[in-house]
Design a protein around this ligand. Structure first.
Ligand SMILES: [Fe+2]
Ligand SMILES: [Fe+2]
Length: 196
């Protein structure tokens, strides 16, 4: 690729080359859709933000102990541009990388990564099992419940929202809207129409 902008098709092919786990792929698609929504909101490059969201956990299935580090290597080997790689790796700031989110895109990725997990879990306990009727307040209600979606680190989400200078309602609302666009693909459209 040699510094050329990666396409969405190339990103998806690469994701599928290293990931077979359905929930990891759904997580990637959820983050992609949320990034696309916020890119449009901030009047930024929707395609670029989406691709970075889609590929951000590339190494997680095969190299969980080298998370972020291996993604950098894999993307470098594919000739991805440095600014894409930097943004991808910054999502693990303070956890698996020391690259601090600086650009708005990086701050959004950092903020919504864990939140997509909390939103997904909030949908799956609803009778409808659909994101289409999920409200912001349902997710907020889960915030203090430490045992609910315990893996979704609320502190990271709050820190990210602080970096963006936005409140949680704005972040949660945008994440729900973003994920709704791919509800069927991520298995959150409700039991009646959900395939598999
Ligand atoms: Fe990650
Ligand atoms: Fe992630």
């Amino acid at each position: 690729m040699c510094g050329k902008k990666p396409t969405r098709d190339e990103a998806m092919a690469l994701l599928q080359k290293y990931n077979t786990n359905l929930s990891l792929i759904r997580h990637a698609v959820s983050v992609e859709a949320t990034m696309r929504h916020f890119a449009a909101l901030y009047n930024e490059d929707v395609e670029k933000w989406g691709i970075i969201g889609l590929i951000h956990d590339l190494d997680y299935e095969q190299y969980p102990d080298q998370h972020c580090t291996m993604t950098r290597k894999l993307l470098e080997d594919e000739g991805w541009p440095e600014d894409y790689i930097r943004s991808v790796v910054s999502h693990g700031w303070g956890i698996c990388s020391d690259v601090e989110p600086v650009h708005t895109m990086e701050k959004v990725l950092y903020t919504i990564d864990e939140l997509t997990g909390l939103v997904t879990a909030s949908v799956l306990v609803r009778p409808s099992r659909s994101i289409l009727d999920l409200e912001i307040k349902s997710v907020k209600k889960k915030w203090p419940m430490k045992n609910f979606a315990a893996g979704a680190n609320r502190e990271v989400i709050e820190r990210g929202a602080g970096m963006l200078g936005k409140d949680l309602e704005f972040i949660i609302g945008g994440t729900i809207t973003g994920m709704r666009a791919v509800a069927a693909e991520i298995g959150l459209q409700g039991d009646t129409v959900q395939a598999g």
